[in-house]
Design a protein around this ligand. Structure first.
Ligand code: FES
Ligand code: FES
Length: 152
């Protein structure tokens, strides 16, 4: 039987009836059409589904939607504005840190969370900050350079 949950996603309040076994990733993608959050493995290994939940990154494929009841969620869709991409997103484009782009939303959300908490991370802290995100294309160096360019 569906259960009604309330949560805030990208500064918008939502009340939504969900099946008890649907994941947060599937709810975002299939119930709310927020398809920027990707699913690579569905088993917590790749980080493609990374979103920020109550100030911490989570693999949304491992979180049930009902566990997110009352939470504040940030997804990649929340980063851009009417003026365009966020500076962090622009940095990924400018540094060539994107190839197929499948991993990019998850990596950018991990990077955002890192920079929100620590505006001037060391190279090691950047590597650790995105260590839960796999990329098959770019070789990581340009990803690190894009994040480094956003240090304060
Ligand atoms: S889809 Fe969630 S970690 Fe891979
Ligand atoms: S850019 Fe293709 S998986 Fe990372």
């Amino acid at each position: 039987m569906k259960k009604i949950i309330s949560l805030t996603i990208n500064d918008q309040s939502h009340e939504i009836a969900v099946e008890p076994n649907i994941t947060l990733a599937d709810m975002l993608r299939y119930e709310l059409a927020l398809t920027g959050t990707k699913k690579g493995c569905d088993t917590g290994d790749c980080g493609a589904c990374t979103v920020i939940m109550d100030g911490d990154v989570v693999n949304s494929c491992l979180v049930l939607a009902i566990q997110a009841n009352g939470s504040v969620i940030e997804t990649i869709e929340g980063l851009s504005t009417d003026e365009g991409l966020s500076p962090l997103q622009e940095a990924f484009v400018e540094k060539g840190a994107i190839q197929c782009g499948f991993c990019s939303p998850g990596i950018i959300m991990s990077a955002k969370n890192l920079l929100d908490k620590n505006p001037n991370p060391t190279e090691d802290q950047i590597r650790e900050g995105v260590s839960g995100n796999l990329c098959r294309c770019t070789g990581y160096q340009k990803i690190f350079e894009a994040i480094e360019s956003q240090r304060s």
